[in-house]
Design a binder for this molecule. Structure first.
Ligand code: DGL
Length: 266
């Protein structure tokens, strides 16, 4: 695989752009192709088999686009599909970092909140990872099904997102956590709303930077880092490119970005 081949990054929608932001910051010389499955979002309430099937469709798209690596910028697909897909593609797969090491390094009372989609919470991935690192730590998991549809439709401020987030976050705050892992890549879009609910004493863990570092280290080990000084970013979506463009502005300098409508079935 050529060093200057692009890196694929994908999610069910715009959430993975929170990871693209960190990837571009850390590796400005790389080309990135992003795919957001906005035609079929949300994935979180879907059955496991379907989430895995969709993930394979996206990975086959990246085979056609000849990427050197694919970053699964979606906790739901990372939790349910990553291990199954790992050996099947001609490029390395990197999942979202669970944020557990960072959370435990910051937490003083070892009470860790985790917010994510229903499928991620049901997988128990974060809870297992926390317990494996520290048997004394206690995890408070909370599924937040309304947040992704609200964020996708640009309800990132205002009463709707505030009341949905309050319903989910208040019990987590009341459990006395001092860190909350944002276990869905969409949630950094509303970190200010979440911070206002949990208060300054609770640290929000956004694992996007750790995910970018994981990807960088693997490319470095494989001697596959780009030799270019500056790279290109192309954002592909399966529907609503105009809406995705609006949301991309929150994370990236879109003057420098190309957009494309991609129909996976076509
Ligand atoms: N952004 C995705 C994640 O990190 C999920 C969104 C969805 O439910 O589709 O889990």
């Amino acid at each position: 695989m050529s060093n200057n081949a692009p890196i694929g990054v994908f999610d069910s929608g715009i959430g993975g752009l929170t990871v693209v932001k960190e990837l571009v910051k850390l590796m400005p010389g790389e080309d990135f192709i992003y795919f957001g499955d906005t035609a079929r979002i949300p994935y979180g309430p879907r059955p496991k088999e379907q989430i895995i099937e969709f993930m394979h469709e996206i990975l086959n798209f990246f085979v056609q686009r000849k990427v050197k690596m694919a970053v699964v910028a979606c906790n739901t697909m990372t939790a349910l599909g990553l291990e199954i897909a790992r050996q099947q593609y001609p490029f390395t797969l990197v999942g979202v970092n669970a944020g557990v090491d960072l959370a435990l390094s910051i937490s003083k009372n070892k009470r860790v909140g985790v917010i994510a989609t229903q499928a991620t919470i049901a997988s128990g991935k974060h809870a297992r990872a926390v317990r494996a690192k520290d048997a004394d730590a206690v995890v408070y998991p909370q599924a937040c099904p309304q947040l992704v549809p609200l964020i996708e439709s640009e309800h990132v401020k205002g009463s709707e997102i505030e009341s949905a987030a309050t319903e989910y976050l208040l019990p987590v705050k009341q459990a006395g956590v001092d860190v909350v892992i944002l276990g869905c890549t969409h949630y950094p879009f509303v970190s200010q709303v979440i911070e206002n609910i949990v208060g300054k004493g609770v640290t929000l863990i956004n694992p996007a930077r750790e995910t970018a570092i994981d990807a960088y280290r693997i490319l470095q080990q494989q001697d596959c880092l780009s030799t270019n000084k500056s790279g290109k970013v192309r954002l592909c979506f399966s529907a609503d490119v105009e809406q995705a463009k609006k949301m991309a502005v929150y994370m990236l300098d879109t003057q420098q970005v190309d957009f494309e409508l991609v129909n996976l079935q076509g």
